[in-house]
Ligand binder design. Structure first.
Ligand SMILES: [Zn+2]
Length: 425
């Protein structure tokens, strides 16, 4: 099989509209290609046979796979899996961790995997076939870790442990993240590390099973409910001169006002924070903490590329864009110093919103932007929908497209991806 080229972008390349377009394409045998990747869970690939899956992907014009190595809890529906049609996974790791690297928080190898190392099997096949393989890590969004280490979770203004999220301010959590990054980046055959939700997340987080939230928290309530008041966040804020008691009181008072309907669900977050400067500064301190942590991640991953995912709001939520990243504690300007690229998860049915996501990200982050496109229901239910999104992302200057996801969309959707990539070649 003729293998497709995988082109590395230079770190810190100067970008312009025209250069962005140029980076999108690559010539091989006279064919112009769009850089395209796809997310995959290990069972998506191993049940079919990774060689077969990779050959299928290459034929579709996809040269890179972002493989889940540490993931949140999930149930997937697998329409074209020859072995199973659904898979239940607790938050877990899909490799056998190097135990010596870790402190008190360690990865949980997936129970179904047993003594095997699924990532190793996939990486071996990727190397043989010539697919670029990135390690896709979701390090801190783990309800299993949160239940096991409740003292290391994000703590609501009221003192509740939010078990879906480990707090990035906690030194034990930081050490876990650093060990995890070093573990996957060393000798496991990955060509880069892509990271999601290694930040403060917010409010309702990204899900717990069967949540019963029958109060509309609104953007402000989501922010306030997820602001962490663990001892480490308090300590960092105190060191920055914040009156943490005043900040905490403001967060609680704001939430109680929302519960009672005394303030509206669509209260302007920025305006409200201006009236509560202690809390605004409290939230801002988190950006320094994350910037230092991410710099450490980047140094460990180098010389392989470090990619961070920007994701705001729930699936198909058109209200939130990357402009709201600060609510996760992310400082995009500083993030630009450490990442090789970012992926904006532009999961919107309306292609103009996909376009705006890419453009906005490009304006806020000084790094190449990959557009993440969800190639299945409820975002994409027809070829035309997918093509319009691909076209919008490419014309907005995305340097790469990444599709969700190999095993969780029907085969016809995979064919749509191949056809859509041809349409923009
Ligand atoms: Zn905290």
């Amino acid at each position: 099989m003729e293998l497709l080229p995988v082109r590395r972008r230079p770190i810190g390349a100067i970008r312009s509209e025209s250069e962005g377009q140029e980076r999108l394409t690559d010539a091989r045998n006279g064919v112009v290609l769009v850089n395209a990747a796809i997310w995959a869970h290990p069972w998506d690939l191993l049940d079919e046979g990774p060689e077969s899956a990779f050959e299928r992907l290459l034929n579709l014009g996809i040269t890179k796979v972002n493989l889940a190595t540490t993931m949140h809890s999930v149930q997937t529906l697998n329409p074209h899996n020859p072995e199973r049609k659904t898979f239940f996974a607790d938050a877990s790791a899909y490799f056998q961790p190097d135990a010596d690297r870790y402190g008190s928080i360690e990865p949980d190898p997936n129970e179904t995997m047993g003594e095997e190392d699924w990532c190793h099997r996939v990486a071996t096949a990727a190397d043989e076939i010539g697919i670029t393989l990135a390690s896709w890590l979701v390090p801190f969004h783990s309800s299993k870790q949160g239940r096991r280490h409740p003292e290391a979770t994000i703590e609501s203004p009221f003192g509740d442990s939010l078990v879906w999220g480990l707090c990035p301010s906690n030194p034990r959590v930081q050490r876990y993240g650093e060990a995890l990054v070093a573990d996957v980046a060393t000798g496991r055959g990955f060509d880069g590390v892509e990271m999601e939700l290694a930040d403060y997340q917010y409010g309702t987080g990204y899900g717990w099973h069967h949540q019963e939230f029958f109060t509309d928290l609104g953007d402000l309530g989501e922010l306030l409910f997820g602001l962490c008041f663990c001892e480490h966040c308090l300590s960092n804020a105190r060191a920055a001169g914040v009156d943490v008691d005043a900040a905490r009181k403001a967060a609680k008072t704001g939430l109680e006002a929302r519960f009672d309907g005394a303030i509206a669900a669509d209260t302007d977050v920025g305006g409200w924070l201006t009236e509560h400067p202690e809390l605004r500064t409290y939230a801002e301190v988190r950006r320094d903490t994350l910037a230092e942590l991410f710099e450490s991640f980047a140094n460990t991953i180098a010389p392989e590329p470090f990619t961070y995912y920007l994701k705001m709001g729930g699936l198909g939520d058109d209200r939130m864009s990357v402009e709201h990243s600060w609510k996760h504690g992310l400082d995009l300007e500083r993030l630009s110093e450490f990442v090789n690229d970012v992926t904006v998860l532009a999961y919107h049915s309306d292609p103009t919103v996909v376009r705006d996501d890419v453009r906005t990200t490009d304006s806020l982050v000084d790094a190449p932007v990959t557009a993440g496109i969800l190639a299945g229901h409820p975002i994409v239910d027809s070829y035309d929908q997918l093509e319009s999104q691909v076209s919008a992302a490419v014309s907005a200057g995305a340097s790469e497209l990444s599709f969700y996801g190999y095993g969780v969309v029907p085969e016809r959707n995979l064919e749509w991806i191949g056809t859509a990539l041809e349409s923009v070649a």
